[in-house]
Design a protein around this ligand. Structure first.
Ligand code: ADP
Ligand code: GLC
Length: 495
């Protein structure tokens, strides 16, 4: 099989900058594709937090001219590095005005007012960089609204550019809620001509919707699980784009994310107090005791400890959890929560912790080592998401023998199989209705299983730890999809 040239553009990439799962994906998929023999390059913005010294980033010679329509020409510097433990090049688009800031997208909970310009600039810089490097991609793989301009640019500004003569585009949707909706004036910065400002392309309620334009123009779109790919065709999950997505279902795919087991494996995890694996869980008991100590909870081995890690956003079911929490506090359980986000939720859950210091503890903030310690030390892991395109934490949990309790939506539904006490099959506990009753009822079921059906619980734990969601498999899925895109473009040209 011939090797492909793949350019992956993402607004965040592990380990350089991360706010959520997109960064995990953008850091791991390129390595897996490279291992399949492809020439993969990654491009991301050089945010203030990207540590140039630590990652040994080197400036590329010269600067990159980026035409910004009515704003005129902007200039970017470019740094080059590699993804750790690989030789996959990563290019960082450097522009002090746009990216030399404390946040990625926002500060103090407020989105930057010029996010349209920032990410249109970034998307254009990706195109200009490919030209500068004389890198002719077979496919440019864009991710979410931040880089959704790329498929649009490819079909317009760069349609006749010889560098992109054979280039197809894929847009992965990691989260449909965020679409990049802006004032229509952004059309002048995008500079593709107002004829594209219509309800079938970029226009929506008199404003511009970049993700919408990306969906229309991309050769293929991928949602990050099969279930999510179905869900976004319906009004409940479509955030207004369900009709458009349904119309484009012929080019919609649902490749599930993988997990980087070099990072997330209890057998080799350097961030947890003791390692363990399926054949010897004694290390897990140490992790549990340390976690209880860290959160000043009673160090009891007999009590089930439930972990929660995630952005405190509506998506994650925080309102549901806040309504169910008093019921949960009646149970003989301990809960630890790590999260940051909505201020009301931070206050609310801190308040629960002060009311129930023996049962509930939380850390409000972003802390990677603590995320690992919670995965390792908990017995159960709660994800009551209202929607979840893929979800990575429940997959990490499986590997750490920490049984997920999830709402059956998106990737949570695709990865978690309900416990069946008859034959002790399954890998977790699922509920369907987005109600506090369904949530607490299912937590009660998991807790009862812990106390009254320990054989079942232990078997479930083994089932969970045996499962693998390797990137190798996901990368093969992407490889097939890239070839499908290329094949489609070739046959169009020959018509
Ligand atoms: P999403 O991308 O919607 O936030 P995912 O489950 O796909 O959800 O990925 C979330 C990622 O971010 C996981 O790697 C998780 O461990 C990490 N994460 C989320 N919140 C925190 C936090 N407060 N501290 C540390 N890691 C976090
Ligand atoms: C998004 C989704 C999450 C998914 C991640 C990576 O942020 O909310 O479910 O796992 O992207 O694809």
């Amino acid at each position: 099989m011939n090797k492909l040239n793949i350019l992956i553009a993402a607004s965040e990439v592990v380990p350089f900058a991360k706010s959520g799962g997109l960064a995990d994906v953008a850091g791991a998929l390129p390595k897996a594709l490279s291992a399949l023999g492809h020439d993969v390059r990654v491009v991301m913005p050089r945010y203030y937090i990207v540590d140039k010294e630590k990652y040994g980033l080197k400036p590329l010679e010269g600067s990159l001219g980026v035409p910004m329509g009515s704003m005129g020409e902007a200039w970017a510097g470019v740094y080059e590095g590699v993804l750790p433990d690989s030789d996959v090049p990563v290019y960082f688009i450097d522009h002090e005005g746009f990216f030399g800031r404390a946040g990625l997208y926002d500060e103090d909970g407020k989105g930057y007012g010029d996010n349209d310009n920032r990410f249109i600039f970034f998307s254009k810089a990706v195109m200009q960089l490919a030209k500068k490097l004389h890198f002719k991609p077979d496919v440019i793989h864009a991710n979410d609204w931040h880089t959704a301009s790329i498929p649009i640019l490819l079909n317009t500004t760069y349609a006749f550019d010889p560098n992109f003569e054979n280039t197809g585009s894929l847009l992965t949707i990691h989260n449909l809620q965020h679409q990049g909706k802006f004032y229509s004036g952004a059309m002048d910065v995008l500079g593709i001509g107002w004829e594209h400002f219509n309800a079938d392309e970029l226009e929506e309620y008199d404003g511009i919707n970049l993700l919408k334009g990306g969906i229309v123009h991309a050769d293929a779109i991928n949602a990050v699980s099969k279930k999510y790919a179905q869900e976004i065709r319906t009004p409940e999950f479509g955030w207004g784009l369900d009709g458009l997505i349904d119309k484009n279902a012929h080019k919609l795919f649902g490749i599930l994310n993988g997990v980087d087991y070099d990072e997330w494996s209890p057998a080799i995890d350097k961030l947890i107090p003791a390692t363990f694996d399926i054949d010897d869980l004694s290390g897990k008991a140490i992790c549990k005791a340390e976690l209880q100590k860290r959160f000043h909870l009673p160090q009891r081995t007999d009590i089930p400890l439930i972990g929660l890690v995630g952005r405190l956003a509506e998506q994650k079911g925080i309102t549901l959890l806040s309504a169910a929490i008093w019921n949960l506090m009646e149970m003989d359980v301990q809960i630890v929560l790590l999260g940051a986000g909505e201020k009301w939720a931070e206050h609310f859950f801190s308040d629960v912790a002060s009311k129930y210091p023996e049962k509930f503890a939380c850390y409000m903030g972003y802390k990677n080592d603590l995320a690992h310690q919670i995965e390792a030390g908990s017995d159960l892991f709660l994800m009551p998401s209202l929607f979840e395109p893929c979800g990575l934490n429940q997959i990490y949990s499986l590997r750490y023998g920490t049984l997920p309790i999830v709402r059956a939506t998106g990737g949570l539904d695709d990865t978690i199989v309900n416990y069946n006490s008859e034959n002790k099959s399954g890998n977790g506990f699922k509920f369907y209705d987005a109600t506090p009753e369904a949530l607490s009822g299912t937590v009660q079921w998991a807790v009862d299983t812990w106390y009254n059906d320990r054989d079942g619980f232990d078997q479930l734990r083994l089932n969970a730890m045996k499962e693998r969601f390797n990137w190798e498999v996901a990368a093969k899925g992407y490889e097939d999809l890239y070839r499908h895109i290329i094949g489609g473009r070739l046959s169009n040209r020959h018509q």
